[in-house]
Design a protein around this ligand. Structure first.
Ligand code: NAD
Ligand code: TDX
Length: 352
């Protein structure tokens, strides 16, 4: 096992989103000595309510601001010894509608953060560590008829969507700062997450909240596309183990070993919620829709001893559906306002 590092003060970016908020809450609980500053621009998917339960926590500070603001980032970094960069535009369908915010936040934002680290932590940036939270989508698409094929850390990058292309650029910039300046940079690449506080544009909370409102669920294409589902808190634990124990300049793939076709996922949701198959509305396929993602996470297990423990299927899914059923006010607020316009543009019908 590599040497374990202890950090005192993390700058978490994008901590008001789905994964970031779960990470902030979990780390405050798991690491009683660690302080967290959360820098978030509060875009459409950033929500202060996601961390309402830790507002006022003595080891937590929230700063509203953009990762492309280098001066602000540098000021915050002066007292921090690590960055965990979650801040990003994260939805593939939105990147198909308009790629430009993806380039600004995901590419430019990552470069500004990396440069601010060098400006603050010395030319080689070695006074701190930078973890870039990446995605398996950068590897492109696997066939569904070759289950033995998996993404490893050495699979060539071959992104399909503007979203995944922007994330690939961010990963490459992070690695370039390691190779060129010797910065202590690591990249994680994770499969599809599910769990509490996910914005209901992503398939699981979209389908669950549609069904709770008596609406059908829009299934793209033939429904045979496959995703590898991981519970968000397993992802947070994996990120923390890479931050504390990973080797500089390395990529770590994180996955749930839990491949499901969208049709199987939809049927599981319908079963758990006691709904029938007539609630499925087949719709046109997503442009450039990747057929299958599947992660080989053996490096995480071999080097860091990490394995998912919360992703058992369908229990993890049922618990997650239970969370949305118990938190109707949260998602009803999220689904109001600008969300309705997004929904109508995407699915051609107003969300009730
Ligand atoms: P999300 O959309 O729920 O949250 C993104 C957060 O980043 C929001 O709080 C938003 O306000 C903030 N943000 C966006 N642009 C910003 C900017 N320029 N400056 C400051 N804050 C900004 O996304 P998520 O699902 O929590 O994903 C978080 C990260 O994890 C992303 O980098 C994403 O690519 C990656 N990832 C997500 C998944 C998944 O299944 N959701 C899987 C693998 C990797
Ligand atoms: O309405 C829908 N109908 C549908 O069939 C939506 C929104 C999705 N889908 C399908 C498309 C995908 O095959 O469900 C699958 C999952 O879709 P998303 O939830 O949009 O996730 P995906 O595109 O796989 O990307 C997610 O995982 C990797 C996250 O959004 C990314 O941020 C992450 O990097």
């Amino acid at each position: 096992m590599p040497e374990t590092r202890n950090f005192k003060h993390l700058l978490v970016t994008g901590g008001c989103g789905f994964i970031g908020s779960n990470f902030v809450r979990s780390v405050l609980e798991w690491r009683p000595g660690v302080r967290i500053t959360n820098l978030d621009a509060l875009t459409y998917s950033g929500n202060l309510e996601n961390l309402a339960d830790i507002e006022g926590h003595e080891r937590y500070t929230f700063i509203k601001g953009d990762i492309t603001d280098g001066g602000l980032v540098q000021t915050l970094l002066a007292d921090c010894d690590a960055v965990v960069n979650f801040a990003a535009e994260s939805h593939v369908d939105r990147s198909i509608q308009d790629a430009s915010p993806f380039i600004t936040s995901n590419v430019l934002g990552t470069q500004v953060l990396l440069q601010a680290c060098r400006n603050t932590w010395g030319d080689d940036g070695k006074a701190g560590r930078f973890l870039q939270v990446g995605t398996d989508e950068v590897y492109g698409s696997l066939p569904i008829d070759k289950p033995e094929e998996l993404f490893t850390e050495s699979t060539p990058l071959d992104p399909s969507s503007p979203y995944s292309a922007s994330k690939a650029a961010a990963d490459m910039l992070a690695m370039a700062f390691h190779r060129t300046f010797g910065m202590d940079v690591l990249v994680t690449r994770c499969s599809n997450n599910y769990g509490p506080y996910q914005f209901p544009e992503k398939v699981i909370p979209l389908f669950v909240t549609n069904l709770m409102q008596g609406e059908q669920v829009p299934l793209y294409g033939d429904g045979k596309n496959v995703r590898d589902w991981l519970h968000v808190v397993d992802h947070c634990e994996a990120i923390l183990s890479v931050l504390e124990g990973g080797r500089p300049g390395e990529v770590y793939n994180i996955g749930g070993n839990n491949e499901r076709s969208n049709l199987d996922l939809t049927h599981a949701i319908l079963d758990i919620m006691g709904k029938g198959k007539e609630m499925i509305r087949p719709v046109a396929d997503r442009l450039g829709h990747d057929r299958r993602y599947a992660i080989d996470a053996s490096k995480m297990k071999a080097e860091l001893g990490w394995q998912p423990t919360r992703s058992a299927w369908p229990k993890g899914l049922a618990d997650t559906i239970g969370w949305y059923q118990d938190n109707t006010e949260w998602w009803q607020r999220v689904r109001s306002g600008a969300y309705r316009d997004y929904y109508e543009k995407m699915y051609g019908a107003a969300s009730s």
